[in-house]
Design a protein around this ligand. Structure first.
Ligand code: UD1
Length: 355
């Protein structure tokens, strides 16, 4: 049994990770500032601390007092157009705070670190499945803010006793098959989430951004990965670090793509009716294709996809949207420890937690 700090554990992917860790018997502390996270997505058996990963005093106290063995760092900003409008926020939130978190780990003797990176580091890609050793040429501040963090981790691992795995996510979608968590991010922009919202609300319409790409039907092609398979990759990465494994950078995708129109067809089939759609110009910076070469993670971690059907991805996303995707129930009761840590996070750092 290990103690794991999950940053961003009230968010879409972090909340799935928390459930997976608890399922295998780990202790989990979730640190989330709730800027985009939802308190009720945090698994009830995790200890929740409302606070910021950039708050060094808070982070160090959690690492020490909860005897954290490894950090899974999901907290961050993920909206590409927002990163173009507010680049410094992305460098501050994704890069500077990640560096501060790694520094706190080094100070407190935490040596295992998982980092949520992104396929956006590849930029426009080379028109073929992206391998981890392909040139990284991100075309937006979001991708650059993650790539710089990968570099910082690589340098820190060379200089210090730190081992990490950076997972480059392709297009994560779907929801926990048991219905315990899913994507409830307010104002989500991701295609499958948006398509599910449109399927359930006759007043909404889905924009298809670009119909003139050099793809099978003119719309953008992406490698959609079920969130449960993504989380399985994280668990394997933790096991790898536990075995003393070396730092790694690994793609998380299936190596096959679907176009926007194919996704819309799948959501229409799951919903049992056509979606209202309209066509719009391309979004700035959208590549035509972005597909993973997934051979390295399969070979090096033994990762085997178990949910790699677009229909399953879409059905679980739609099921979540129908139940809890839009409505967040009121907060549940909080534990004593949690209340104490919340005191640390929100009150002056000099104030001691309640006994
Ligand atoms: C981007 C990043 C990805 C990152 C993710 C995190 C790039 C190339 N990819 O994914 O690495 O993990 O953000 O936020 O930067 N679309 C529509 N209508 C919509 C929404 C999307 O047509 O309402 C289209 C897009 O133009 C694109 C596809 O659907 O072709 C997927 O878009 P989206 O779900 O937003 O993800 P990416 O931009 O591919």
């Amino acid at each position: 049994m290990a103690s794991i700090l999950v940053t961003g554990g009230a968010g879409y992917i972090g909340s799935h990770m928390t459930h997976a860790l608890l399922d295998r018997g780990d202790n989990v502390v979730v640190l989330d500032n709730l800027s985009t996270g939802v308190r009720d997505l945090v698994a009830p058996d995790a200890t929740f601390v409302q606070g910021d990963v950039g708050d060094e005093g808070l982070v160090r106290r959690i690492l020490r007092d909860a005897r954290i063995d490894a950090v899974a760092h999901f907290a961050g900003s993920v909206v590409v157009p927002e990163s173009v409008a507010h680049p410094l926020r992305y460098y501050a939130n994704n890069t500077a705070k990640s560096c501060a978190l790694v520094d706190a780990c080094l100070s407190e003797g935490v040596r295992h670190f998982l980092f949520s990176s992104t396929a956006a580091v590849y930029g426009l890609g080379e028109g073929k499945p992206a391998r981890e050793d392909a040139q990284t040429q991100p075309i937006n501040p979001y991708g650059r803010s993650k790539l710089v963090t990968e570099w910082a981790l690589a340098d820190a691992a060379l200089a210090h006793d730190l081992r990490y795995v950076a997972l480059r996510y392709f297009n994560v979608a779907g929801a926990d098959p048991e219905g315990r968590t899913g994507q409830s991010t307010p104002r989500a922009t991701h295609l499958i989430k948006r398509a599910c919202e449109v399927a359930l609300n006759p007043e909404l319409e889905l924009d298809i951004f670009g119909t003139d790409f050099p793809t099978i039907d003119g719309t953008g092609v992406r490698d959609y990965i079920h969130v449960s398979d993504l989380i399985a990759a994280h668990i394997l990465a933790l096991d790898h670090l536990d075995r003393g494994g070396e730092p790694k950078i690994l793609n998380c995708g299936y190596g096959r793509g679907f176009s926007v129109r194919q996704v819309i067809d799948a959501v229409s089939a799951a919903a049992g009716h056509e979606l209202r759609v309209c066509t719009s110009p391309r979004r700035p910076g959208d590549p035509a294709h972005l597909i993973a070469d997934a051979s390295r993670i399969k070979a090096e971690l033994g990762w085997t996809p178990r949910h790699d059907s677009l229909d399953e991805i879409v059905q679980t996303a739609l099921a979540w949207e129908q139940t809890k995707g839009r409505v967040c129930p009121p907060a549940k009761s909080r534990s004593r420890t949690e209340a104490a840590w919340n005191g640390w996070g929100t009150v002056s750092q000099d104030i001691q937690p309640a006994p």
